[in-house]
Ligand binder design. Structure first.
Ligand SMILES: Cc1cc2nc3c(=O)[nH]c(=O)nc-3n(C[C@H](O)[C@H](O)[C@H](O)COP(=O)(O)OP(=O)(O)OC[C@H]3O[C@@H](n4cnc5c(N)ncnc54)[C@H](O)[C@@H]3O)c2cc1C
Length: 378
């Protein structure tokens, strides 16, 4: 849809927004809005994706706990329907079409233009990483951080399975992570967890971001002395995956297969999901990244097409788990190995859906029955 590109129009006021083509990429919107001191409130980790493409799914990242997914930050859409009609829709005009298109997997209309909410952009970001050897302490601290949305602006986390995953997750993080982790042996592997959070720095006189981070981290229970922080420009922070992409491209590891699985898991099922996942993985030969971070269900508009797990009426927390594998044919993962990985992911997704009420994000179901189960009564 990149050929559907035209000028971005900005409105700066109490509520600031941009009118942008569905075929433009988030990076273009970010670069242009930063010139006005503004930025989209909710982004994806990788910004070289189109506005229409991520709005057809949800668009999530470490800001989602605070601002909701990208589909919760859209004021209006211009779409072309299956009848060839051009319709401008919003929560108050043709709301049913507006909601259907958001998270609608491209099935309801083509998004040609979107009105995206913007906020004041900070100059810099304090980017912090803390390491854990205990999954319970890791998730407890993540939930603590997302409960502090007045001071914390971004929360993610990942599993550190082996030396390679420590190295590849550190490409964009400019601090020198100077400790040696003991990953155990093949028969008795040891794994770690890393929380990543960020605090915006508007460089005003009255706020000391260093102090804010100190106050927050004193309440956390990461492994002693395993906390690292860096101050980086806001743009470099948001564009961090591009740096990883460039590094992977230079070693021929970007254009390889990426059998990925993304799941939304209710908080009550996150320990069970971790166990299910670890049963299907050998830490010593896993290539890629496993992201885990919490989101709040109430930040999502349940009228859109996105399917979320039922977290029950009392608990608003759910987790996103992204199993972002790389499978390189040169290292021996060609067709058969890839099919095996996909089958393993299918097994994890089906078992988590049946036993833990999890739902797949960026869903792909091989059978109509799978889609029926995914959407349920809807
Ligand atoms: C490297 C990488 C990193 C990613 N990181 C994240 C992340 O951090 N968070 C996240 O939420 N997602 C992430 N994704 C997933 C991403 O949201 C989806 O792949 C999305 O479809 C990407 O948009 P695209 O522009 O590449 O879409 P395309 O691949 O061009 O399109 C995918 C589908 O989206 C629909 N679509 C695309 N454009 C339109 C339109 N204008 N109108 C209607 N339907 C449309 C169509 O169904 C189309 O088949 C990532 C994907 C990649 C490849």
């Amino acid at each position: 849809m990149c050929s559907l590109s035209s000028e971005i129009e900005f409105y700066k006021g109490d509520v600031s927004y941009a009118d942008v083509s569905g075929g433009a990429m988030w990076i273009e919107l970010l670069e242009q809005s930063l010139k006005l001191g503004l930025a989209p409130r909710s982004l994806t980790d990788y910004l070289y994706l189109t506005i229409g493409g991520t709005l057809s799914n949800a668009g999530i990242s470490g800001q989602t706990f605070k601002h909701g997914p990208q589909i919760s930050n859209v004021l209006q859409l211009k779409v072309v329907t299956g009848r060839g009609e051009i319709v401008t829709c919003s929560p108050t005009k043709d709301a049913e079409l507006f909601n259907a298109v958001l998270g609608g997997l491209g099935q309801f209309a083509i998004i040609t233009r979107a009105r995206i909410l913007l906020q004041e952009a900070p100059q810099k970001v304090k980017w912090v990483r803390a390491f854990y050897d205990d999954f319970g302490a890791f998730t407890k601290d993540q939930e603590l951080l997302v409960s502090m949305s007045d001071s914390v602006d971004y929360v993610e986390g990942f599993i550190v399975l082996n030396e390679q995953s420590l190295h590849s997750s550190s490409i964009a993080f400019p601090a020198n992570v100077d400790f040696n982790l003991d990953f155990g042996t093949r028969s008795s592997p040891k794994i770690y967890y890393c929380i990543e959070f960020a605090v915006h720095d508007y460089q005003t006189k009255n706020t000391n971001v260093e102090h804010v981070v100190q106050v927050i981290s004193r309440q956390m229970s990461h492994t002693a002395s395993h906390l690292y922080s860096m101050e980086v420009s806001y743009f470099d922070f948001l564009n961090r995956v591009r740096m990883e992409e460039m590094s992977l491209r230079s070693s021929g590891l970007w254009e390889v297969y990426h059998p990925w699985l993304n799941m939304f898991v209710p908080k009550a099922g996150i320990n069970g999901f971790r166990d299910l996942l670890m049963d299907s993985i050998s830490p010593d030969n896993f290539e890629g990244l496993i992201l885990i971070y919490p989101l709040f269900r109430h930040k999502w508009d349940t009228n859109t097409s996105v399917v979320l797990p039922d977290t029950g009426s009392t608990d608003q927390v759910m987790y996103v788990v992204g199993i972002l594998r790389s499978a390189n044919p040169i290292d021996g993962c060609s067709h058969r190995c890839l099919q095996e990985l996909l089958l393993r992911h299918r097994h994890v997704a089906d078992a988590a859906a049946a036993g833990l009420s999890a739902k797949q994000y960026l869903a792909h179901h091989p059978t109509p029955a799978g889609w029926h189960r995914h959407f349920g009564r809807r």
